[in-house]
Design a binder for this molecule. Structure first.
Ligand code: ATP
Ligand code: MG
Length: 586
């Protein structure tokens, strides 16, 4: 896709980016250097994420600085300083300790984006337990499966969530010793406790036990886009990458207000919705509500957001509604916008430049990588449609798997292959929960294989092609759905597109597109023909869809990602597979 590079000129920077010279940063980078920017536990007792995120600021100069501002659905904002977070997370760690929930025990949190979730998460990490936040909109089955597979020892939740999703099947969750209800003032029975009461009885002081950087810290389930969700285990050392990407990618500076819209039930909402902003001692916004175009634009303006981290699904929704935030809102404070989770179509990057007045920086990573791996940086021009370049300290390559143990590294530019990373970065998952075989399959020839296809251009920018499972083989060509979807989205009537390969006796597979249209546009045959012609002109006849079907909305999972495997299964009349993460209105 030939789009002009965009980005801020040096003169328009309101703050000087941390990463000014990419090549120099790559050459001089070391993880030891990053480690030196953090504190470590007092007395050289190791490295604990919560100490770095909270205590070192609370004990330093930021005790009274606002750490998190919660925006409730109704009512006024609630602010918590670094001092407040230290005290509350200490108390929560004491609650766990008093219940004999200890090191390496899994603690799940199942509640909306309320303060308890955040100080509970930090207290869990202080206690050396394994933090596993669950998305509160999940139904009973996905909740049960995650509690069972994670061997949850304690669960923090609301009375209603407990009643609806856990209560009747609790006996089958043999590891679950304690349920802590956030909204109940009296203990209900043994093992079904009132969290406010336990918190009131717990002490304010807590000494974090020695924490080995390799101690397990986080359990995150993947989004379930390609199949049943996998549980990825991360360790405390991941904090090095959370900190480093907060510095180089999000480019956080003292005094900033940062807003990550992801729920902590997904890895983004924990790595960047809880940990990274606190590591940088800034103010993090947490909105309890879900996507609402008007509310979100209002928050960006009234909370004077400097840096915004969101997802393509939200950006596409704003585009689809024809919303141009900058027209009605003063967004001059907004320095940069970042996006992750799905490919960001070039159209969306260009829209951001005018509609938000700040460039949208795409970045790529996965639950397995624990944090951002490839990114567009504030100091560099953005190539719309590209995921950017690997972080300093991260070695990425395009490879072809030869067999179970070997890969060939494809060094020439613009060659498509599997995106691979050199293992050893601190937030690399340490394995899938109880699935060694699957973990082993991700590694070959000294590389971690991501399962995504991409290409790298001559300047080292990576371009997403598609998930290995979604690639379409048509008339001898390999077609990535992203390219076709982006081509269609350039048409002014198209809001979203999902593209699949459909078996065809002549072509092998035929490219089929599902398209949803912008508000007020009718799905006519004439428009279908127009779109086919438009795509043929832009993409060429081999790549353009041969079939287009209009749908009101495309099936997405709860992380907001288009589920192409479901479009395909429905098209071919095949079993729909694991639907535990499907958004229910599709
Ligand atoms: P599952 O592994 O269960 O199928 P998932 O892969 O969607 O689900 P996540 O770990 O949340 O689970 O998502 C990571 C994936 O999201 C990446 O492997 C990639 O396919 C996609 N992705 C993330 N960021 C980007 C991006 N900037 N551009 C393109 N794709 C992206
Ligand atoms: Mg995945």
């Amino acid at each position: 896709m030939a789009c002009k590079p965009i980005g801020k000129s040096r003169h328009s920077w309101s703050v000087t980016p941390h990463l000014l010279d990419y090549d120099l940063a790559c050459r001089t980078f070391s993880w030891t250097g990053i480690r030196r920017e953090l504190d470590g536990l007092p007395g050289g007792e190791g490295l604990n994420i919560a100490h770095e995120a909270v205590d070192r600021h609370a004990d330093g100069g930021l005790r009274d600085h606002r750490a998190i501002r919660f925006l409730p659905i109704d009512g006024s904002p609630r602010d918590f300083t670094y001092g407040d977070l230290k005290r509350l997370s200490n108390r929560f760690a004491n609650v766990l300790r008093n219940l004999d929930v200890g090191r390496d025990d899994t603690v799940c949190l199942l509640c909306g984006r309320i303060p308890e979730l955040y100080w509970g998460a930090l207290g869990t990490l202080k206690n050396g337990s394994v933090l596993c936040p669950l998305f509160s909109a999940f139904g009973p089955d996905p909740v049960f499966e995650r509690l069972r597979r994670g061997k949850a020892r304690a669960l923090v939740t609301t009375g209603q969530q407990y009643r609806k999703k856990v209560g009747d099947r609790r006996d089958a969750l043999t590891a679950l010793g304690h349920v802590l209800l956030v909204d109940t003032d009296e203990h209900r029975e043994q093992g079904l406790w009132s969290l406010p009461r336990l918190m009131a009885e717990a002490g304010d002081e807590f000494r974090i036990p020695p924490t080995d950087p390799e101690d397990r810290a986080l359990l995150h389930f993947t989004s379930g886009t390609t199949g049943p969700p996998k549980g990825a285990v991360h360790v405390h050392q991941a904090v090095l990458l959370h900190y480093m990407t907060g510095k180089y990618v999000l480019d956080l500076h003292p005094g900033d207000v940062f807003w990550c819209t992801a729920d902590p039930g997904w890895v983004t909402g924990t790595s960047y919705g809880i940990i990274a902003p606190l590591l940088h001692g800034i103010t993090s916004l947490v909105d309890e509500g879900d996507f609402d175009a008007e509310r979100w634009c209002h928050i960006l303006e009234s909370e004077r957001v400097d840096v915004w981290y969101t997802a393509p699904t939200a950006i596409r929704r704003l585009m689809r509604m024809g919303v141009e935030p900058k027209r009605k809102h003063d967004l001059r404070r907004l320095r940069s916008v970042h996006s992750v989770g799905e490919p960001l179509n070039p159209e969306a990057v260009i829209w951001g430049e005018t509609a938000l007045g700040a460039p949208i920086h795409d970045n790529w990573w996965q639950t397995e990588t624990g944090g951002i791996m490839i990114a567009n940086y504030p100091s560099m021009e953005i190539r719309p449609g590209s995921m950017g370049r690997p972080l300093p300290g991260i070695e990425a390559a395009i490879v072809r798997r030869l067999d179970q143990d070997q890969v060939e590294v494809l060094v020439d530019p613009d060659v498509e292959g599997e995106l691979a990373l050199r293992p050893g970065w601190p937030s690399m998952f340490r394995g899938y929960l109880d699935d060694e075989e699957r973990t082993r399959k991700c590694f070959a020839g000294g590389w971690y294989l991501s399962g995504d296809l991409a290409r790298r251009d001559a300047d080292g920018y990576f371009w997403f092609v598609g998930r290995a499972d979604d690639i379409i083989k048509t008339s001898g060509h390999m077609v990535g759905p992203f390219e076709v979807e982006s081509g269609l989205m350039e048409h002014p009537a198209v809001a979203e597109a999902g593209v699949i390969g459909k078996p065809d006796p002549l072509l092998g597979e035929k490219v089929k597109a599902f398209v949803s249209l912008k508000a007020g546009i009718l799905p006519t045959d004439a428009l279908r023909l127009e779109l086919m012609g438009f795509a043929r002109q832009r993409l060429g006849p081999a790549v353009a869809p041969r079939e287009i079907e209009f749908q009101d909305s495309l099936p997405k999972n709860r992380a907001g990602k288009i589920m192409r495997r479901l479009l395909k299964a429905r098209e071919l009349g095949l079993p729909e597979g694991d639907l535990s993460t499907l958004e229910t209105d599709t």
